[in-house]
Design a protein around this ligand. Sequence first.
Ligand SMILES: C[S@@+](CC[C@H](N)C(=O)[O-])C[C@H]1O[C@@H](n2cnc3c(N)ncnc32)[C@H](O)[C@@H]1O
Length: 328
Amino acid sequence: MFACPAEPAAEPDPDCNEHVPVLLDEVLEYWITDPDGIYVDGTIGGAGHAAAALAELGAGARLIGMDRDREVLARARRRLSAYGDRVDMIHANYAQLEHALDPLLRGRISGVLLDLGVSSFQIGDAERGMSFMHDGPLDMRMDRSGGTTAADLVNGADVEQLAEWFRRYGEEREAGAVARAIVRERTSGPITRTARLAEIVCRARRRHERRIHPATRVFQALRMVVNRELEHLEAGLEGALSVLAPGGRLAVISFHSLEDRCVKHTVGAHRVRWLSLQEGGVRREGLMPPVKWITKKPVMAGDEERHANPRARSAKLRVAEREPGEEE
Ligand SMILES: C[S@@+](CC[C@H](N)C(=O)[O-])C[C@H]1O[C@@H](n2cnc3c(N)ncnc32)[C@H](O)[C@@H]1O
């Protein structure tokens, strides 16, 4: 594997295939309200959160697992097979959450969990091309049944577009220099491997940040564009709120500021606020369905978990509860 010039000290490698669920105790504490309720894990992944929730829930509870990645879903199905027909699995994008569920379940869901991003299983599989740590085809799609790959973007987009993506989705300060280097390099042949892209990015950047690999931000940006992550997140949050029962909870774990901001604003727009009117009386503000925050500030991992699981260092959990009120 190519080593960046002046590469910062390596982080513990989070790319092992065993996915360790983050903020597990906190999710169980905040998410589960009805021991016999119906729960939707919209990002079932390695089923770590789901397995722990099922172990706590009563015999009357049901769990519906969803993932846009078929391979991940098949693994989760195997892991939870002991729960029989208490568990259903749906291959779907959570952006379609309300349509993917049985319409009879609308308004009856006790909890929806969205644990954003990708699992260690996906990052650790070189063939998916999501990581600069393993050489593989420059793909990055979570759902490989169709859509644009990272190679399509890197070889097809112009300098301005690439720089805009790196700036917006990677918060990459040297976005222009990296974009220009990519466009220059691809004249000698298309960029089709993760190692080659990582090498180009490393050479193009003049400043290296402490504790993060120089290609981290560019890889994150491309993955977000390939999988249209923020767009789907916003739709998924709205869909999740629309299926919750009154008193049901939406728990979201985000891993970077763009995701967290999206959660805060999209869900926050449903928060009920009462405005005093000059002429007397009050007016209710906030989108339907109404919610209240259960977590006033995002919940973060404690020292022990941050030390044991590097992914947990940037994890933020926000939980909102559906309040009684008319449907949209
Ligand atoms: C961080 S992992 C979830 C890990 C899981 N909570 C566990 O404990 O094992 C995120 C999962 O969400 C899936 N995912 C990401 N975006 C999605 C989307 N828009 N719709 C459905 N699944 C998605 C990924 O394929 C991945 O399996």
